[in-house]
Design a protein around this ligand. Sequence first.
Ligand SMILES: [Zn+2]
Ligand SMILES: [Zn+2]
Length: 182
Amino acid sequence: MHFAPDTIESLDAAVALCNTAAAASRSRTEELADVDALLALLDRFRYSGRRDRDEPERLEVLATRARLRALWRLTRDDAAAEVNTMLADARAMPFLIRHDGYDWHLHATSLDAPLAERIRVETAMALLDVIRDDEWERLRECAAPDCDGVFTDFSRNGSKRFCSVRCGNRVNQVLFRERGRG
Ligand SMILES: [Zn+2]
Ligand SMILES: [Zn+2]
């Protein structure tokens, strides 16, 4: 499995966004509860382009997050259809761009398109690589029973089961305790 660096970066950003939902977040609360929290996430992933910094933008991002979380659970064939829909709805058109100190890379929507739309297009552009490379099964849900987290398994042997070390440790501790009891 080999993805371009910008594909990996987009997948990481999409996973981080998905895992801000209460059922997936570390705090078990909504992590994008206000505009400032959204801006902090954008800064963390050095997200370029338009930011309205208002409540409608935040709500649009939350709706897009729900759509991405659902996408993670689709079969490869259904995901291909959804990726095509996201690209078509945004009238995505790939082009090379150099901005903010980044050398030539791929964009498919203008920097002043709405934030949520750019997130959908950027994620769709990354997912089409995953689908073409037939690596869809690398997109997984956390195996911890109390966690709705998602992740992308970039490991060599593809055996990752948890969204975080924390979830892995928690589940292993429970198994260990049950074994001790039995
Ligand atoms: Zn860019
Ligand atoms: Zn988890």
